[in-house]
Design a protein around this ligand. Structure first.
Ligand code: ADP
Ligand code: MG
Length: 313
């Protein structure tokens, strides 16, 4: 199938239309407008067959997932997504496959009012790179390095559940229960865009959790120049559904949840804010000055060493 026919048939003229886009698909580049008082926020992510997803993954999942993981980065800044540009490398352009891929893509693009304004399509190994643009009021982006001594550390969702899903798919292949909560959370991560935006002005530091809680919280605390006392006792580990739920929660990866810090005196405000969120929000620790990061696991303190925990691919 010809590239232009493919774009016309499955991508152009679909999804939300935004009035801050002066020129979308069809020219050499898109032209957009950014309102006064806002800054642009830009993130790019790639997913490749064999590294980030298994061969045979349904095209609807891939279309959804390649955009979802990039939106998660924008969510972690507290930004509002606006436009996206995917670069697709496809071994063959089989119309039914592309149609289902595009359906997955627009499901999430529309959910977050993100307009498709261009992209690139090439013939090659199966991989997708998506750039998402967003905006935020000047100076309001929530960075990783803003945590302060005494801040309370929280995480959204069910860390470990997606890793349990990936393992089920690996071990059972076609026999895996693709309707299980675990597989669904691996295939269809829920970028916490609304939640990230609501934390603007409240969270002192934030990051998304894609490489596992240990790796991502360690990175956030390290750039903030802090250690922490961490405790997994309140995490919703039952929902992970495996005997090794603590390990999956800490090391698993692919969660696309938010880890964030707030000042201790704003705890009640946070509790009121999250009361109607669609996901659990769990307090997992307290930031400390002049300290290591110590995790309490099954009541036993466990020192973590940066680099010790690897994303299993
Ligand atoms: P170029 O030759 O400069 O790479 P293309 O001919 O590849 O441009 O693309 C033509 C138009 O189609 C451009 O506006 C480009 O942004 C858009 N486009 C290409 N692939 C996609 C895609 N997968 N989704 C949306 N727009 C796309
Ligand atoms: Mg091109």
């Amino acid at each position: 199938m010809d590239e232009f026919v493919l774009i016309d048939q499955f991508f152009a003229g679909r999804g939300v239309c935004r009035d801050d886009v002066r020129l979308g698909i069809g020219d050499d580049a898109a032209v957009t407008r950014c309102d006064d008082g806002f800054e642009l926020v830009i993130a790019t992510d790639t997913i490749c067959e064999g590294t980030h997803f298994l061969p045979g993954t349904p095209p609807h999942v891939l279309g959804y997932r390649c955009l979802a993981v990039t939106l998660s980065d924008l969510a972690a800044m507290g930004a509002e997504p606006t436009w996206c540009t995917p670069a697709l490398s496809l071994p063959e352009a089989e119309p039914d496959w592309v149609r289902r891929f595009a359906d997955g893509f627009f499901t999430i693009a529309d959910r977050f009012s993100t307009m498709l304004i261009g992209g690139d399509t090439v013939c090659g190994p199966l991989a997708m790179t998506v750039t998402v643009h967003g905006r935020i009021k000047q100076g309001q982006a929530i960075c990783r390095d803003g945590a302060r001594e005494g801040d309370l550390i929280y995480v959204t969702g069910i860390p470990g559940q997606a890793a349990a899903g990936l393992r089920a798919l690996r071990e059972s292949g076609a026999m895996a229960d693709t309707g299980s909560d675990q597989v669904r959370s691996f295939w269809y991560p829920q970028p916490r865009v609304m939640e990230g935006r609501a934390l603007v002005g409240l969270a002192t530091a934030m990051s998304d959790v894609s490489d596992g809680l240990l790796a991502d919280t360690s990175r956030l605390l390290a750039v903030s120049g802090l250690g922490a006392q961490m405790d997994i006792v309140d995490l919703p580990l039952d929902a992970v559904g495996t005997d090794d739920a603590p390990e999956l929660a800490l090391n698993g990866g692919d969660d696309y949840e938010l880890c964030f810090c707030i000042p201790p005196d704003r705890r009640l405000e946070l509790e009121r804010l999250v009361a109607d969120w669609p996901c659990p929000v769990t307090r997992i620790g307290t930031a400390q000055r002049n300290a290591d990061i110590v995790w309490l696991i099954d009541g036993k303190p466990c020192n973590t060493v940066a680099g010790q925990f690897k994303h299993f691919s």
